[in-house]
Write a protein that binds this ligand. Structure first.
Ligand code: PPS
Length: 290
């Protein structure tokens, strides 16, 4: 199928987005959440797919034939409306599983209000800004549904300016603040998940009120390791036609600290200085190495 030209970013309610996130806006805002829905919220490239697949395995196991579908179909993307697929909202409305697992990249202030009214559980995943920017850059190179990334230096500046998809700084701090008033948000860090997946799996289970057997937990932990997920066509996006894996695979490196292979010393210093200013009013702390 012919792919449409790459979309452009524009300012939408103070957040830089493409029309693929805004075209279905009224339906997204009027989305009716159900009390048992579980929302996976992230700034793009922070570990959405990893947590989505963990939750999918925890709730639905890996054997049922109807679950042998790509993760991006099983965990619909709420605000997405791209030509090749039905709108996320439509897929979700028809979804009969309990719970429904829902993906969103929306900043906290733009989340449809029914998620708060229904008091849904929300798993937020955050990743340190430097690795997040690198991962996003490579994703934009290979994904025809994303704006042209341009060169790395220019991209990094736009990331710092909040002009690749909203502001990373506002996104991670906005959700962090919300955690103080909404008790049903679990705030996870990508770096913690890489450091000790089993420990973070335990935190997830306790948040969700699940008590899988030790054997089941080990099966999930084993199945969501980077190398295993990278080979798994249901988890690695290889069936998604808008992505060109010859440019860069979706499951690219899966590491903490890959930013060191991309940032020059000067870029890193400038980034750190700007970061300090943007993050001075928050207690939120990230690790850029583990
Ligand atoms: S998206 O497009 O926003 O849904 O992307 P997202 O899934 O949030 O992020 C993709 C990055 O997460 C890495 N990833 C993993 N890392 C470690 N272990 C596991 N199991 C795993 N699964 C996905 C993926 O490789 C992308 O990061 P980079 O740094 O580009 O490799």
């Amino acid at each position: 199928m012919e792919l449409p030209p790459r979309p452009k970013l524009f300012d939408f309610h103070g957040v830089s987005m493409t029309n693929y996130f805004t075209d279905n806006w009224d339906n997204v805002q009027n989305f009716q959440a159900r009390p048992d829905d579980i929302l996976i919220a992230t700034y793009p490239k922070a570990g959405t797919t990893w947590v989505s697949y963990i939750l999918d395995l925890l709730y639905f196991g890996q054997t049922a034939p109807e679950r042998q579908r790509p993760i991006f179909e099983k965990v619909p993307f709420l605000e997405l409306l791209i030509p090749l697929y039905p709108p996320g909202v439509e897929v979700l409305d028809k979804l009969t599983t309990s719970p429904r697992l829902i993906k969103t990249h929306l900043p906290v202030q733009l989340l449809p209000k029914s998620f708060w009214e229904q008091n849904c559980r929300i798993v937020y995943v955050a990743r340190n800004a430097k690795d997040n920017a690198v991962s996003y850059f490579h994703f934009d190179r290979m994904n025809q549904a994303e704006p042209e990334p341009g060169d790395w230096n220019n991209y990094l500046q736009r990331f710092m300016d909040g002009k690749v998809f909203g502001s990373w700084y506002d996104h991670v701090t906005g959700w962090w603040e919300k955690k103080h008033t909404h008790s049903k948000i679990l705030y996870l860090f990508y770096e913690d998940m890489v450091e000790d997946t089993g420990r973070e799996l335990d935190r997830l289970c306790s948040f969700l009120g699940l008590s899988p057997s030790a054997e089941e937990k080990e099966r999930v932990r084993g199945g969501v390791q980077f190398d295993i997920m990278k080979k798994n066509s249901m988890a690695n996006y290889s069936t998604n036609p808008v992505m060109d894996f010859k440019i860069s695979p979706f499951m690219r490196k899966g590491k903490v600290g890959d930013w060191k292979n991309h940032f020059t010393v000067a870029q890193s210093e400038q980034f750190d200085e700007d970061y300090k200013k943007k993050m001075e009013n928050t207690q939120l702390r990230f690790r850029t190495t583990i």
